[in-house]
Design a protein around this ligand. Sequence first.
Ligand SMILES: [Zn+2]
Ligand SMILES: [Zn+2]
Length: 151
Amino acid sequence: MSDKSPIMGGCQCGALRHALPAAPTGGGICHCSMCQKATGGPFAAFAGVPAEAFAWTKGTPGTFKSSHMGRRDFCRDCGTSIGFRGAGGARVTVHIGTLDEPDKVKVERQIGTEGRLHWVGHLADLPGKTTQEDSGADYFAKVDASRAKID
Ligand SMILES: [Zn+2]
Ligand SMILES: [Zn+2]
């Protein structure tokens, strides 16, 4: 990440937006059971910035105290898990999937490996399709994510 423009992100419904003026560092994957529950996925992919380099630019998150070590912020409207703040508050860790350009963040380590699901190491060996290939172009054309919010 060489340019200096802020890295933007947010939740799935758009009620929460955040900005990282500094490039996140320490990118990694956590396989621990708390991250599995928090994300609903097999692991959390994250990177962090100093707390002063993180700002909510839209909305106010819900906060869940997941342990004595920290808190997890999420969207109260759509449930997207945004990230983690340690008890000291010096650093904010953001789930890479909440960033508008998640592929720009380097992932360089794994932690919580005691919780790693047995198939995670073989992901690259599984057959793969794009969403459009899997669902068909007709179905894909009808999906309107902007109307997904249920009132
Ligand atoms: Zn949301
Ligand atoms: Zn974890």
